[in-house]
Write a protein that binds this ligand. Structure first.
Ligand SMILES: Nc1ncnc2c1ncn2[C@@H]1O[C@H](COP(=O)(O)OP(=O)(O)OP(=O)(O)O)[C@@H](O)[C@H]1O
Ligand SMILES: [Mg+2]
Length: 253
């Protein structure tokens, strides 16, 4: 079953075609890596998919539904969550409050019942707290719930962003350089976390420069260069693809 489908997506900035007609599908349950050199257009693809910026042309289908005119919060509600290449937490708020901000997109009690503090609202508040603590447990940060998010080590901030995204109860999560700034041990733990996310039936797509990491973590890779998709396949296929070696892997050696 296809969860996410991009059809001929185009986005230019001034004269620069950051995404120049990209099409691909993501199947339910996959862990897909989106790779390519700096400036290839990877983050722009994620920004288009999550409604952060509008496309110039093309279509995006999520769960069979055309989402390319929707606002970011509407897309989150449909079950597509993300993290950012440049961490975007509420740095002055606690770790727990940051995760609660994700839970709140699933709360039904409206502004009025919240203002009146009706029992239905108090129940939701309690279950949100329990849920937020569960997700902190899931990413391994439960012991830090009181701490200020901005004071956490870099790798912990990345995991906190994942907890907040998962708290929105997504069907799919997209991670922009989740291992960025992580040490070897943290990167190893991140591999386990991504496998655990997949085990919860959440489809994963991620951007990552650490080629050993993507080769180990991903079931399938999609390679971009200069705004275009140049290859897709299993990690083994991609490792052997001459065009990929020339465009990307070769550059690292
Ligand atoms: N908001 C913007 N305004 C103008 N140009 C932009 C904007 N966002 C991206 N670009 C340009 O579009 C191209 C693709 O950028 P993008 O961030 O998508 O690349 P990337 O593959 O994520 O690169 P990296 O691996 O360095 O994160 C780059 O040339 C970039 O400078
Ligand atoms: Mg990027």
């Amino acid at each position: 079953m296809i969860v996410l489908s991009l059809k001929n997506l185009v986005k230019s900035f001034g004269g620069l075609a950051a995404v120049a007609g990209v099409s691909f599908d993501v199947e339910r349950g996959e862990i897909v890596g989106l790779i390519g050199p700096n400036g290839a257009g990877k983050t722009t693809v994620f920004n288009l998919v999550t409604g952060t910026i509008p496309a110039d042309n093309g279509n995006i289908f999520f769960g069979g539904r055309d989402i390319d005119r929707l606002r970011p919060h509407q897309i989150v509600k449909l079950g597509l969550a993300r993290t950012f290449q440049t961490i975007r937490l509420f740095p002055g708020m606690s770790v727990l409050e940051n995760v609660l901000s994700g839970c709140h997109c699933r709360m039904f009690a409206g502004v009025i019942s919240s203002f009146l503090r009706l029992p239905s609202q108090r129940r939701e508040e309690r279950s949100s707290l329990a849920k937020a603590m569960e997700e902190l447990e899931f990413v391994g940060l439960a012991g830090m719930w009181r701490q200020t998010a901005g004071g956490l080590a870099y790798g912990d901030q990345r995991r906190l962003e994942i907890a907040r995204a998962i708290a929105t109860e997504p069907r799919m999560i997209i991670l922009d350089e989740p291992a960025g700034g992580m040490n070897e041990q943290e990167t190893l733990e991140l591999r386990g976390l991504i496998a655990a996310i997949q085990a919860r039936d959440i489809t994963v797509m991620l951007i990552e420069h650490d080629i050993n990491f993507v080769m180990r973590v991903c079931n399938r890779l999609i390679v971009m260069e200069n705004g275009a998709l140049i290859a897709q396949g299993t990690p083994e296929d991609i490792r052997r693809d001459p065009r990929v070696i020339e465009a990307y892997l070769g550059a690292d050696d």
